[in-house]
Design a protein around this ligand. Structure first.
Ligand SMILES: C[S@@+](CC[C@H](N)C(=O)[O-])C[C@H]1O[C@@H](n2cnc3c(N)ncnc32)[C@H](O)[C@@H]1O
Length: 268
């Protein structure tokens, strides 16, 4: 089995746990609460009427929250269970959105259109080994003048271990393989004990340079001194929805966001 098949299998199992978890709080979402955070809402701005492609959409809560803000959303994810659950949610809540199951790297087999916005968020690019290939796919799916927006966990936090020491290299180049025992949501244990996750941590320069190389123009790069999710060990909440490591507080970066644009005259 290749890395992506391992990840597909493990995400299938995790999705089932996530959809029932307090962390994802699907009931509040069903009652109308947005699953988006203030950062992406503010930085994306008005998305009414925009055609938006959500890469690695998981089981669709963020995609459907974007659709509730007026975007015409297509979500893509490698996990069968995620896409099935996303379709069920869209049907149940009668929110128009389209969901496609595909590895991001194979998405051209199932999608041949362009979009105003390509969007990806929190815990996505660490499942991709080749960011140059990823950035080319983003550019392929943007109309001239279209924007890509991403908000992600800062690669620096992956250097910190469970004892809050900086023990891992920031400049990792190799795949990291872990046995999946539980989910980051509420530590629920997975039933299949043979699941593996294979991920790749990318430095900020690697992310940025892949976008620049693809021909997109960087509009901004922002870094944040807190985390919006309590999804890493040993975080404490120091303000509403702002999580930090006790030892480092707001002295280190926890998240970053990037907006990039495909030039208006790209096809000229
Ligand atoms: C942590 S979740 C992303 C959550 C995201 N912030 C959201 O809820 O919208 C990571 C997602 O990436 C998906 N994924 C992992 N590798 C992928 C790949 N190669 N192609 C497409 N999706 C992938 C997983 O199935 C999972 O749903």
């Amino acid at each position: 089995m290749d890395s992506f098949e391992h990840n597909r299998e493990s995400w299938n199992e995790l999705t089932t746990l996530h959809a029932d978890s307090d962390f994802y709080d699907i009931n509040s979402f069903k009652q109308g609460k947005s699953s988006l955070n203030h950062i992406e809402i503010e930085e994306l701005g008005d998305i009414k009427g925009k055609r938006l492609l959500h890469l690695q959409c998981h089981f669709g809560m963020d995609s459907l929250s974007l659709a509730r803000q007026g975007a015409e959303v297509t979500g893509v994810d490698i996990s069968d269970t995620s896409i099935q659950k996303a379709k069920e949610l869209a049907n149940e809540l009668e929110i128009p959105a389209r969901f496609l199951r595909s590895n991001i790297y194979d998405v051209e087999n199932v999608l041949d259109e362009t979009f105003d916005i390509v969007y990806t968020s929190y815990g996505a690019i660490n499942w991709l080994d080749d960011l140059d290939k990823w950035a080319k796919i983003i550019k392929r799916y943007l109309k001239p003048g279209g924007i890509m927006y991403m908000v992600e966990f800062h690669p620096f936090i992956y250097t910190i271990d469970d004892n809050l020491e900086i023990s891992d290299s920031y400049f990792k180049s190799q795949a990291l393989e872990t046995v999946v025992e539980s989910s980051y949501t509420d530590k629920s244990e997975v039933s299949n004990k043979n699941l593996k996750h294979i991920e790749w941590h990318h430095s900020l320069s690697e992310v940025l340079n892949s976008l620049v190389k693809s021909g997109l123009g960087i509009e901004f790069l922002n870094e944040f001194p807190y985390q919006v999710y309590n999804c890493f060990p040993n975080l404490i909440e120091y303000g509403k929805g702002k999580w930090v490591f006790n030892k480092y507080g707001d002295k280190i970066p926890y998240m970053y966001s990037i907006k990039a644009k495909k030039p208006e005259n790209y096809n000229l």
